[in-house]
Design a protein around this ligand. Structure first.
Ligand SMILES: [Zn+2]
Ligand SMILES: [Zn+2]
Length: 306
């Protein structure tokens, strides 16, 4: 798969459909290139390090870590959907702050609620522990319950989401709390984000059925903390190597969720593995562009039929 430059486009008002027809999903998935801006890809914060958040095409956030705070207000106003991998703070902390920043302007413009798409357990955790009136106001009922700025939508592994012009699939993840990853389908194939996960056989079974243009996979710990990686259901380089053996062939692999100050050490350990893949560390500010390519057209359809 090749990367080609492209320009972001803003899709029509986004609609999510759980029962999107497989044929239509496959057809629409092949119509556009995709552009993903890395707002944050660090395991924690420090100057220059921001936690997980990707901006897909300007209107869909994939996780809402501290990187969201680098967006201008106008950029925040263009976000109509947030897909969330799991309830951990480094992935959700900016949902409520973003809502607060845009509430007045969205209301004045008559814009609908921002859709927050997550597992039911994640939504329950957000309601109980964040949007509870103690940690933060309940923006799923503000500025008024009939026209809130946030609206939660439950998802399940295997769901296909149609968000504006974007086509996503919810992927399995294995973490200390219920968690998922996401695939985004485009003409070049699928951009795959594992989310936070330990060893994840179900993910590899699914990825064997789709053309992976680029894999963004976490490696949260160095090998010296392998025990901690196991306890916290994350990966370290040794575990990463075992996981990547499941890829069908050489693949473009981007490493995410390394802790501040540990990028060189972790990437050094990964380099020493001699993996057959093109591996690099993701960096805040990266712009991922997956352009048009050939024959991916039927792949999502084939996968959907499995
Ligand atoms: Zn986590
Ligand atoms: Zn995390």
């Amino acid at each position: 798969m090749r990367d080609r430059p492209g320009r972001p486009r803003i899709g029509p008002l986004a609609v999510r459909t759980r029962a999107l027809s497989r044929l239509r999903f496959a057809a629409l998935s092949t119509q556009c290139h995709m552009q993903i801006r890395v707002l944050g890809c660090s395991g924690s914060i420090a100057a220059g390090s921001r936690t997980t958040s990707f901006l897909l095409g300007g209107d869909v956030l994939i996780d809402a870590g501290t990187g969201v705070g680098d967006l201008t207000l106008d950029e925040m106003l263009r976000i109509d959907h947030i897909v969330v991998t799991h309830s951990h703070l480094d992935h959700v902390l900016a949902i409520g702050l973003l809502a607060d920043s845009v509430t007045r302007r969205r209301r004045a413009a008559g814009r609908p609620a921002i859709g927050v798409h997550a597992l039911p357990e994640t939504i329950a955790a957000l309601r109980a522990h964040v949007f509870n009136g103690v940690i933060w106001p309940d923006f799923s009922r503000l500025p008024d319950p009939e026209h809130p700025v946030l609206r939660f939508h439950p998802v399940a592994v295997g769901d296909r989401l149609e968000l504006g012009r974007h086509r996503l699939e919810v992927l399995p993840a294995r973490h200390t709390v219920p968690a998922v990853g996401y695939a985004v389908f485009g003409a070049a194939g699928a951009w795959v984000f594992t989310g936070d996960t330990g060893p994840n056989p179900a993910l590899w079974r699914r990825l064997a059925q789709m053309p992976v243009a680029q894999l963004v996979i976490e490696t949260a710990f160095g090998d010296d903390e392998r025990v901690l990686a196991g306890i916290s259901q994350h990966l370290c380089p040794a575990l990463l190597a075992e996981e990547l053996k499941h890829l069908a062939g050489p693949t473009e692999v981007c490493i995410t969720h390394i802790k501040p100050g540990e990028v060189a050490a972790v990437m050094g350990e990964i380099a020493a593995l001699g993996l057959p893949h093109k591996v690099r560390a993701l960096a805040t500010g990266d712009l991922i562009e997956l352009g048009e390519a050939a024959q991916a057209a039927e792949a999502p359809l084939r996968a959907a039929a499995d």
